[in-house]
Ligand binder design. Sequence first.
Ligand SMILES: Cc1ncc(C[n+]2csc(CCOP(=O)(O)OP(=O)(O)O)c2C)c(N)n1
Ligand SMILES: [Mg+2]
Length: 794
Amino acid sequence: MDKIVAEHLIEGGTPLPSADYASLHQIERKLLWLSSWMIHNANHIRPNRDGLKVGGHQASCASVVSIMTALYFHVLRPQDRVAVKPHAGPVLHAINYLFGRQSIDMMAGLRQVGGAQAYPSRVKDGDEIDFSTGSVGLGVAITSFAGLIQDYLRAHDMVPAERPASRHVAIAGDAELDEGNIYEALLEGWKHDVRDVWWVVDYNRQSLDSVMPDRLFGRFEGLFRDMGWNVMSLKYGKALEAAFRKPGGSALRAWIDDCPNSLYSALTFQGGAAWRQALLADLGRSRGARAIIDPLSDDALAVLMTNLAGHDLPTLIEAFAEAARTDQPTCFLAYTTKGSGLPFAGHKDNHSGLMNEEQMNAFRIAMGIREGHEWDRYEGIEHSDRLRHFVASVPFATPLTAAGRNLPAATVPVPTHLPHGTFAGRRMSTQGGFGELLAEIGRGDGDCADLARHIVTMSPDVTVSTSLGPWVNRRGVFDRHTRNDVFRDAKLASAQRWGMSPEGQHIELGIAEQNLFLLLAAAGLAAPLQGARLLPIGTVYDPFVNRGHDALVYGCYQDARFMLVATPSGITLAPEGGQHQSTNTPLLGMVQDRIAAYEPAYADEFAILFRHGFDWMQRPEGSSIWFRLSTRQIEQPARTLDAAAVIAGAHWITPPAEGARIAILYQGAVAPEAEAAFASLREDEPGAGLLAITSPDRLFADWRAAQTARRTGIPAQRAHIETLLDPLAPDAALVTVLDGHPSTHAWLGGVRGQRIHTLGPDHFGQSGDIPDLYRIYGIDEDAILNACAAALLG
Ligand SMILES: Cc1ncc(C[n+]2csc(CCOP(=O)(O)OP(=O)(O)O)c2C)c(N)n1
Ligand SMILES: [Mg+2]
């Protein structure tokens, strides 16, 4: 295992060394060149087989080159964790290339199989990427949650106390601030008093389609300040600031301050002559202003007028140094020009613009790069030995461990059986089973002590209603500051004991499901990012997974490991009705990569799966886990289960006779209806089988894998579902039922080419009780029997 290289880590508050601006300027040029060339190579040099534009964003990269130079080559410490705006991926690859952590092959393969990804990706690009980005807004917000998780780990002594804290930095596009999840995260961050978080906004006032409205941006400073953030508005560079100090300078400043974003962008694109004309039209009578403007050539005037702070290394570095003195979260609004230094600088349509061959050639010559030497690290650099030495001495150049930036984290042992009382004969729900099992683990007895210590729960204001209450009573609510439970202190009766302290193991969130998924993702990355494994469990009402779905996808996409308990679900939560009823979630669970979705019917199945989940989420080949549960109380059977079959996704309750003509397959809360229908069916079809499906997701994945294996030379490979369906006649009928969209099971007919009747609600939104709703939506005993009759008739 690789130990963290602790002696290279730098404490917060440590003053930055003085900057070597000559070297930093050389780096800035190099990054501008390499990122542009990487994209150019992919689009214009490499053979193109399908005629599709490869794409890439030279203007977005150019916009952020100075900011990333200042951060990566001066400010960041090895332990800092960074989310880079999606379209600056090539700049990040170029930086890693200079650090010796990226290969020419990967860069030359940008946006190709095996090459660098279009947008930074933890899973595909390797461990130099701290956070994946792509869906704008999410990469920014996760840094705040990663900050919260770091506080959690430190408060629980799960990371060495002497290890300096990481700062979590997002390098954000300004359009990312349009995403609502940013504001949800800000509110939540304020509640949890997050620290050591920086958001550096590349404030080019351009998004994909357009230039931003001017009035909007005045609002940001206030918004961030209200949420407890330090805001540093970095507008002008040193040259403009010096000009402003001259007589007439204040008129010039006022002119730029008042200049609409779109005009500023257009003038930037047009260049010096256009700047002169526009300035003189308004300031021609100001002698002071003329004294600044007139002596400058057109080119020099264009340089001065675009001397924004986001391209001015000294201004950036001074601001970062100032902010680094405290751990207050800080937002830097760094003004930039999109496409700065490239021919389309400032043009509103430049987002996906690419330099043509001629422009690229001129750019290459201007950068002093010989043809055939485009990838050379130090091509076109004067005193390259000095720069080489400089790059090697940069703090961030030190890898965190001998193997890279991902930290090793020990596996938490999972007991062979989770402790629980007797289920058989009781009426209980799967959600109730979850609450009981977790509360038992929460005792922290015996071989559960370690497991209990590593679990952290979280919920967006549905802690009690998803049965987390007993666990929270045992393990407490997390807060960096101890806060008493006022009701308890006043001896007012309440089932919930919610004292908050740094020892608590539940993180209570406001009702914002995206925050839940981002926090789950951040906690699920604690192992590689912090070297301490957490077993995060998040609870949410199943229908509202949809509300945070993109953030769920985001967490899975970067292989964060967590457990999602979505409950209650389906139309079975009956009187709740309306939008509380979920029908699409079983399908979401099936189609989502890197999460194993389960829907047990009984507590004994859940106990097996819950245990499996803790194990599976820690295995390299494992994934996150999703349990879709219910509040429907049903009588619990006394039986012995085949745990492997439950985990594989289905087990026979009553196996069919050899050659049987029919089987009923059920999933989840509709078990009693399926069992009742099955009892009637058996009177006519004594050989019929009854199958309990615990995971269509696992069954389907296994079936796909078996098909692939057979195609690729393992003819004997059989899927679990194939083995299960084997005894049935080849033309047998399958009647399936779940409280979810019936298409979840439709594929089962294809396994052996059998006839299939799938039952499940394809509409929702009606309040009622279970008998009425099951009748209306066609999943009651009668509906199942009718389907059996129809199926048998063929
Ligand atoms: C959620 C989401 N919606 C839309 C997009 C498509 N998209 C990619 S970048 C972008 C705008 C980028 O603007 P900004 O964040 O300001 O970046 P920059 O100007 O630095 O390129 C959009 C709409 C996306 N990646 N993610
Ligand atoms: Mg922008």
